[in-house]
Ligand binder design. Structure first.
Ligand code: HEM
Ligand code: HEM
Length: 208
């Protein structure tokens, strides 16, 4: 590398970018799309519940089945296209490999223990601990599963090979539901942690 190509950082220069612009844009579009998909999904669920409970109307979106389906089918394009951009760039730029791997069970156990005893450090926001890596990779996988299972219950005839992969329409519906439950559970922990460590929230907004 030549001398000119080396970035020179003066002492007063702003700190390194932790989250590049594409991560921040896709992250917040995803957060919005997920909120719409979960709210409308719960209303769709209420029309024909899989389990002996319903979601309170006050936290569902769409008002009734047809309204909820319209929201679901509108936001799914936003979610899927945005998610595809994030996953392709995550792989192509090496971000996933750098930030999310490796995940060693021993590190996860150690970090869970440290977290429970209040000794898990968040000094360097650029490096995810083992629990963060596991949860972020896990929710990315859950998102891929929910999109594929969603497609297979949306077009069970046209996409019958995909639907068969999930074990048929009824099984795909359960997969879709449990993926939603996993994502919703992730979001609860994730949002609490973002406010417990506010500088991580600032970094996901401003990049630094
Ligand atoms: C490309 C993405 C998606 C597609 C094509 C899709 C498609 C569908 C379809 C067709 C249904 C109706 C199933 C039925 O008639 O019983 C449905 C239900 C549902 N969706 Fe999605 N969905 C997608 C993403 C999501 C996401 C991201 C979430 C939440 C994180 C979600 C949560 C739900 C829930 C909770 C239900 C009701 C479950 C049930 O009772 O079967 N979906 N989805
Ligand atoms: C209001 C809702 C949300 C808030 C406040 C929030 C906040 C944040 C913050 C502060 C970070 C950086 C955290 C860190 O340093 O560990 C982050 C990263 C991340 N969030 Fe969220 N988030 C939200 C919704 C979501 C949703 C709905 C998902 C997915 C279902 C999600 C998935 C992720 C992932 C995968 C990362 C790591 C991204 C990367 O480094 O490439 N977030 N979020």
């Amino acid at each position: 590398m030549t001398a000119q190509a080396t970035p020179i950082s003066a002492p007063s220069a702003p700190a390194e970018v932790i989250h590049p612009l594409w991560v921040r844009i896709t992250h917040w579009i995803n957060a919005l799309a997920m909120a719409v998909m979960i709210g409308s999904g719960w209303e769709i669920y209420n029309a024909s519940p899989l389990f002996p409970f319903a979601f309170p109307r006050s936290i569902t979106l769409g008002g009734w089945l047809a309204g909820a389906l319209l929201w679901h089918f509108a936001a799914m394009w936003v979610l899927a296209v945005n998610g595809l951009v994030y996953v392709v760039l995550g792989i192509a730029t090496g971000r996933f490999r750098r930030k999310l791997l490796p995940i060693r069970p021993r590190d996860v156990a150690a970090d869970v223990k440290a977290a429970l005893t209040g000794r898990l450090a968040h000094d360097d926001l650029a490096v995810y601990n083992a629990v963060q890596r596991l949860l972020y990779l896990g929710v990315i996988v859950a998102a891929v599963v929910i999109v594929l299972s969603g497609l297979s219950i949306w077009k069970p005839i046209q996409l019958q090979e995909l639907t068969a992969l999930f074990g048929g329409y009824d099984a795909a519906r359960y997969v879709h539901f449990f993926a939603m439950a996993a994502i919703a559970g992730f979001i609860v922990i994730h949002v609490v942690m973002a406010f417990v460590v506010p500088k991580s929230l600032r970094a996901m907004i401003t990049g630094r």
